[in-house]
Design a protein. Structure first.
Length: 112
């Protein structure tokens, strides 16, 4: 599965009324530190029927400029996402991905 496909699969897991950050998406996809690439993966997301509006910047900031940012906020508010000022209330509406499972067969054993 490609990076972009993996990111899109993770974004589909964010439930209605919740939001996650670009960094959280990157970590859940198994690529920590690639938050900027998550933004690239979401380009054209509305055409792919992805809930792109549920992905925000660190601290719940909407990073899209102008009308696109207002559109994102309106979509989130329609889903019931709460805001404190210009940021998503991540304590109330942040989505936490469950920890990634590791395959026991893939664990390397250290010699004793």
């Amino acid at each position: 599965m490609s990076y972009f496909e993996n990111v899109r699969r993770i974004v589909l897991r964010i439930p209605r009324g919740r939001a996650a950050t670009y960094g959280e998406i990157a970590r859940a996809a198994g690529y920590p530190g690639t938050a900027r690439q998550v933004a690239w993966a979401l380009r054209g997301a509305s055409a792919q029927h992805l809930p792109w509006q549920r992905v925000v910047g660190q601290g719940g900031r909407i990073l899209l400029p102008g009308d696109a940012g207002m559109n994102q906020r309106l979509r989130l508010e329609m889903e019931g996402v709460l805001f404190i000022g210009n940021r998503v209330d991540m304590k109330a509406c942040g989505f936490k991905f469950p920890p990634a499972r590791t395959d026991p067969k893939s664990r390397r054993r250290t010699p004793k």
